[in-house]
Write a protein of this length. Structure first.
Length: 140
């Protein structure tokens, strides 16, 4: 019985590790921006800024509602719940002050879109990063 309890405890500890992969913010590999602060990224994704720190146009790309990568990004970078993020964008759209970021199906699609557009900025799980994009912020 003691062995069974130890096995159960070890299994529980192993399963209680991080639920999400590391999230990173990416830009086109030729973007002049080397890094961004969480506040700079938040400004772009919350509609408060339409440019990178270099003053070049920034086009945010979102992931679908309910995505663990998106939920982690919203919580750790924007300090928002999905409902709060949606409410902010609903107000901006209603007032005519913004257009909601384009939403793609997941990390692979976001990476491809960012790789194809020098103005794009998105967030993906680190495992999705390749040489076509550049990481400007790691979310921990």
């Amino acid at each position: 019985m003691n062995m069974l309890r130890r096995f159960a405890a070890v299994t529980l500890l192993a399963l209680s590790g991080p639920l999400y992969a590391e999230v990173v913010v990416i830009v086109h590999r030729n973007n002049a921006v080397a890094s961004m602060t969480p506040d700079q990224v938040a400004q772009v994704f919350m509609g408060a800024s339409t440019t990178f720190p270099t003053s070049a146009t920034a086009t945010p790309i979102d992931q679908p509602e309910g995505s663990p990568t998106r939920d982690e990004f919203l919580a750790k970078v924007l300090d928002k719940t999905p409902a709060q993020f949606k409410a902010v964008w609903s107000r901006l759209i209603f007032s005519g002050k913004g257009t909601r970021p384009k939403t793609l199906a997941g990390s692979a699609e976001v990476r491809s879109a960012v790789a194809a557009d020098p103005a794009a900025i998105g967030f993906v799980d680190r495992a999705s990063v390749d040489a076509t994009v550049k990481v400007v912020l790691s979310v921990k």
